[in-house]
Design a binder for this molecule. Structure first.
Ligand code: NAD
Length: 703
């Protein structure tokens, strides 16, 4: 087999080309190729310099993440190769372009000189996988840019542009030429002026401007801001070790890296990395499915969701028209969008020109004829079946042939809405999450008759607007809200049994959930939640149990809509939630009404089990019904849409970490102790069978 690394000659210069499409990742083959190329270079004294460059769209863009899970994984072959490159007695130059990330940047740092195309991005994003740069990035980067900035870059994982890298001395020269030509010109100039090797490992980290307690404070800060991520602490320690002699720092980095590589947190985050990539693949959909062009978008309804949805398209440069029923609603919607953009500008994230350019892409109208030319129209009107059916019928008539009609419904039957348009093949669910311009998740709901190219187009469009798209089949609440329903059910039963919202939220927030269920619904709106439950009741979906979601219905009746009215499950001191005696009174009254026994000692472990185990159980049902294509999709939905902690890898990954027999056992325990007249604690057949066979839910694949 041809090696992805080749060595050729250009005069006195040895050209080392890395060609491992698509992004020249550091596969074992690339590392072996580097070794062979260095051997050949060393053996030929007629070469005066070595020039490394990447073929295709980028220099090396990163390491081989899949190999991290191998039991005998070691950074040694690559790190040893880097040491050999740096030790070479003739100058070594890296010609950079594209995305020089992770192992790619570590390779560049082992070279003596670096020339880059002005559009190059450089960074060490390993923290996003719960690890640290384990190939001397934590040792070489501080020696170039200082410990303070190196820590900032490694701890955030953010990339910097070539111009900034040039100012920092990370890059020696910028060149507009093609990478190979730029590298040759730079190397020839080096040779002409007689420059020799220049090794970063021989430098010391500048410490003059470093506060004496810098690392102590950085460690405290990491523990406070990222209590669930051991990578945050280890990164500080590794950068601190760069102040030691290089070999000692190298040993410290290796130890701190290995600790993270085998940690459950990093395994969970690596699982999500792969799950995210897999989620965009749709089984049975040919890769060459023709996409429908989407050059203009229409959004019906400029409320909470419609406005945020429209911003996504304006951000991506796609002209968008917003249609409302009244001028007041339209003005309010567009006003909120402008205020959002201006707030970003005030924080320095957008320029005034960008704000105006985006606003110029947004147009308002009171006439739905304005949607006639749009390639995609998304309805985001109130969550009401009769209204949505009317709206869909109208869209079916107004939208041009070939236009995609999408619904942002949270829970309603997409197939019913699709039929209402009269052209169900054009219809798909696009379920955005609030705030729609911020949240990364997009559930794409595939109807029974959704055309393959409609699905493929929407998945591609999701990428254009920076969303993680996960496909769901049609069912109440799709993947996310269907699972959230059982979670909210138990939150409310726990409340009626005597737990306060703060106790309920506290139990899951202690695991790393961004927000417990009570704070979550108070923010989304008790009214929104209650109306969904009421609509579901009308459609015959609720269990015959008057105590089911009794709290949310009562709160709605009392006008306690959550944060927006100053009280919901909590009372609000400004935006700060505080436990409200009124909630306790309402919960006690409902408990008495429904014959629910009260306790004042519900332990946090019970709260966690009662919130999360039914949710996991519902996830298993979603898999066996074929609503989700794969277990990782469920994890992506919860991490990208519901603030589920990434270091636990999502509910399915977490279930496997706990062990399915344990989960099945506790579900059975609650069925016994609480009674199971409505099937709340019935174990999904899939979960039961995997638990009995000692298998994992994550490994399950649809037949
Ligand atoms: P909202 O009440 O804030 O906005 C709805 C808007 O639709 C209003 O401005 C209303 O004037 C407008 N409208 C009503 N009938 C219309 C018509 N015939 N033509 C044009 N405009 C019309 O509601 P929202 O929270 O934005 O929810 C909209 C949809 O998004 C619902 O289906 C909801 O379930 C879904 N959703 C909401 C959330 C959330 O957290 N709020 C999250 C995901 C999905």
């Amino acid at each position: 087999m041809n090696s992805p690394v080749t060595l050729s000659r250009h005069g006195d210069i040895a050209l080392l080309r890395i060609d491992n499409p698509p992004v020249n990742a550091l596969s074992p083959g690339v590392v072996a190729g580097l070794v062979a190329a260095i051997d050949a270079f060393e053996a030929d004294a007629s070469y005066k310099a070595l020039l490394l460059h990447g073929e295709g769209r980028t220099f090396v863009a990163g390491g081989d993440i899949s190999s991290f899970d191998l039991p005998d994984f070691t950074t040694q072959p690559f790190n040893g190769t880097l040491a050999r490159i740096e030790a070479l007695g003739r100058p070594v130059v890296a010609a950079l372009h594209g995305t020089v990330l992770g192992g790619g940047l570590e390779l560049a740092l082992a070279c003596h000189w670096r020339v880059a195309h002005p559009k190059t991005q450089l960074g060490l994003p390993e923290v996003k996988l719960g690890i640290l740069p384990g190939s001397l990035g934590t040792q070489r980067l501080p020696r170039v840019v200082g410990a303070e900035l190196a820590l900032d870059l490694i701890a955030s994982g953010r990339s910097i542009g070539a111009a900034e890298a040039r100012e920092l001395g990370l890059v020696d020269e910028l060149s507009d030429a093609a990478p190979l030509q730029a590298g040759i010109a730079f190397t020839e100039a080096l040779l002409a002026r007689g420059a020799g090797p220049r090794r970063i490992s021989e430098r010391m980290v500048a410490t003059e401007s470093l506060a004496p307690d810098f690392f102590e404070r950085a460690l405290a800060d990491a523990a406070r801001r990222k209590p669930f991520h051991p990578s945050a602490r280890n990164i500080v320690r590794a950068v601190q070790a760069s102040l030691l002699p290089f070999a000692e720092g190298e040993a410290a980095e290796a130890r701190l890296f290995e600790e993270l590589r085998v940690s459950p947190e990093s395994k969970a985050m690596r699982h999500l990395f792969f799950a995210e990539r897999l989620a965009s693949k749709i089984p049975g959909l040919p890769r060459d499915t023709t996409l429908r062009p989407v050059r203009s978008v229409g959004v019906l309804g400029a409320g909470t969701m419609g406005g945020g949805i429209a911003m996504n398209f304006a951000n991506a440069g796609i002209p968008t028209v917003l249609v409302e029923t009244s001028q007041a609603a339209l003005d309010r919607g567009l006003g909120i969008i402008r205020a959002n953009y201006e707030a970003s500008a005030a924080k320095g994230r957008l320029t005034t020109e960008q704000v105006e350019a985006r606003m110029a892409l947004l147009r308002g109208s009171l006439d739905d004829a304005a949607l006639a030319d749009c390639d995609l129209v998304i309805e985001a009107v109130f969550e009401n079946m009769d209204l949505k059916k009317q709206v869909c019928a109208r869209l079916g008539a107004v939208c041009k042939p070939g236009a995609i009609i999408a619904t942002n419904t949270s829970t309603l039957d997409v197939d019913v809405l699709a039929e209402a348009t009269g052209r169900p093949a054009d219809v798909v669910g696009m379920h955005f999450f609030s705030p729609a311009n911020v949240m990364r998740l997009l559930e794409v709901v595939r109807g029974a008759k959704t055309a393959p190219e409609v699905l493929a187009t929407v998945m591609q469009l999701a990428r254009t607007i920076g969303k993680v798209a996960v496909v769901s089949g049609v069912c109440y609440g799709f993947i996310g809200n269907r699972m959230a329903e059982v979670y909210m059910r138990e939150a409310e039963f726990l409340m009626m049994e005597g737990a306060s919202p703060a106790q309920i939220d506290g139990a899951v927030e202690a695991l790393g959930m961004a927000m417990g269920p009570c704070r979550m619904l108070d923010m989304a709106g008790i009214d929104v939640g209650a109306k969904t439950v009421i609509e579901y009741g009308k459609a015959g979906g609720l269990p015959p149990d008057d105590s089911y979601r009794a709290v949310v219905r009562k709160m709605f009746e009392l006008g306690r809509f959550g944060q927006k009215t100053g009280a919901g499950y909590y009372r609000y001191d400004g935006r700060k939630p505080v436990d409200d005696p009124e909630t306790a009174r309402i919960a006690a009254e409902l408990a008495a009404q429904h014959g629910i026994a009260r306790r004042d000692d519900i332990p946090p472990q019970e709260i966690v089990e009662r919130l999360l185990y039914p949710l996991i159980n519902e996830g298993a049902r979603i898999l066996e019904e074929g609503i989700a294509y794969r277990p990782g999709d469920i994890d992506m939905v919860w991490v990208a849409g519901y603030g589920f902690p990434d270091h636990r890898g999502g509910p399915v990954h977490m279930a496997d970490a706990i062990g399915l027999p344990q989960i099945a056992g506790r579900l059975a325990h609650y069925a016994n102790t609480r009674g199971n007249p409505h099937g709340y604690w019935s174990i999904s057949p899939l979960l039961a069978s995997l638990a009995a066979q000692g298998k994992r839910l994550s490994d399950w694949q649809a037949a």
